[in-house]
Design a protein around this ligand. Structure first.
Ligand code: SD4
Length: 316
């Protein structure tokens, strides 16, 4: 077993930011604006994922995120800094930037998680405004889904999405959480994760994304990890925490992500074949890696030397 990794301050790779899926590219730019000025990683990841939350051009994060079965858009988000500080909101409605509410939970309360009405009341008391997050496009997709109301919580089968029976509404757009990890110029690591969760989910359902240790985990001595895909599977194995602990034991980010994916497959190979889960990790040295169940998991990287999309290796 290898020794735990050591902090490398001032390394040429710092700062660096990585995030899930194609929309990570724009989100990284938001984070980079903070990092390039010497800002903190925790401020960078908040600023970065806010870009995706406000974009309104996707069906899976913030504004325009697909609603639950009852037409309610319920958002999940969390953030973690370099000192085990963490904040999380679950099932939050009508607030554009759940990650910033999570940040406030972390910074201004003695708690880590606020849910539902309590989270919303806390947000409103702190100056956030109520916003209708159901856009004409997401409302249309929901109405379409209502025609069959087929409750089929399958997520992220990108390569099956566009034809035949697999193009059923609800299977088309129900993927793509943004998880982001960054290291600042000081070498400190932070992360954030935000999503509207599984499309047309049961009212009150919460996935992995706002669960510290599942959808996101950061240990400033080691690095961080985040997840996307079927949240239930990620929670079961405490995915992000598992990956960070594997990196502590000497696994590379990609090896650690692969090990987590294999644990999901081992539990139920047949089920795993039908779903997507993707993990993304960044170690303290700025090395990144990813691994997923199905082909098609992209992630964006930005550092002084690279602005690029990468593709996670896949199990199936
Ligand atoms: C969830 N993990 O709510 C989220 C959804 C997601 O890519 O990541 N989709 O289960």
């Amino acid at each position: 077993m290898l020794a735990a990794t050591k902090a490398v301050s001032g390394s040429a790779v710092f700062p660096i930011v990585i995030s899930t899926w194609d929309f990570g590219r724009e989100a990284n730019e938001g984070a980079w604006a903070v990092l390039a000025k010497g800002g903190r990683a925790v401020d960078a990841v908040e600023a970065g994922v806010r870009v995706t939350e406000a974009a309104g051009n996707n069906f899976t994060v913030g504004l325009g995120g697909l609603p639950d079965r009852d037409g309610r858009v319920t958002l999940d988000a969390c953030i973690m800094d370099d000192k085990y500080g963490c904040g999380s909101v679950m099932c939050l409605e009508n607030i554009l930037h759940p990650v910033s509410v999570a940040r406030l939970v972390m910074d201004k309360t003695p708690h880590i998680i606020l849910v539902g009405e309590g989270a919303q009341a806390f947000a409103l008391a702190n100056g956030f405004k109520k916003v209708d997050l159901l856009t004409p496009a997401s409302k249309k997709a929901w109405k379409e889904w209502l025609k069959t109301s087929k409750y089929e919580p399958v997520i992220n089968i990108e390569n099956k999405m566009n034809s035949g029976k697999d193009s059923l509404p609800g299977r088309k757009y129900n993927h793509d959480t943004i998880g982001m990890l960054a290291i600042d110029q000081q070498g400190n690591v932070s992360g954030a994760c935000t999503t509207s969760g599984m499309a047309f989910k049961m009212q009150g359902r919460v996935g992995d994304s706002p669960v510290i240790g599942a959808g996101l985990y950061v240990d400033n001595e080691i690095g961080g990890a985040t997840a996307t895909g079927v949240g239930e599977e990620v929670i079961r194995i405490a995915g992000a925490h598992l990956i960070v602990e594997l990196m502590r034991q000497g696994f590379t980010p990609q090896q650690a992500c692969r090990e987590a994916v294999e644990r999901i497959v081992k539990r139920s190979p047949a089920k795993a074949k039908e779903m997507q889960v993707g993990f993304l990790a960044l170690n303290k040295q700025g090395v990144h890696g990813a691994f997923c169940l199905q082909e098609g998991f992209s992630y964006a990287v930005k550092s002084a030397s690279e602005t690029q999309m990468h593709t996670g290796q896949h199990y199936f």
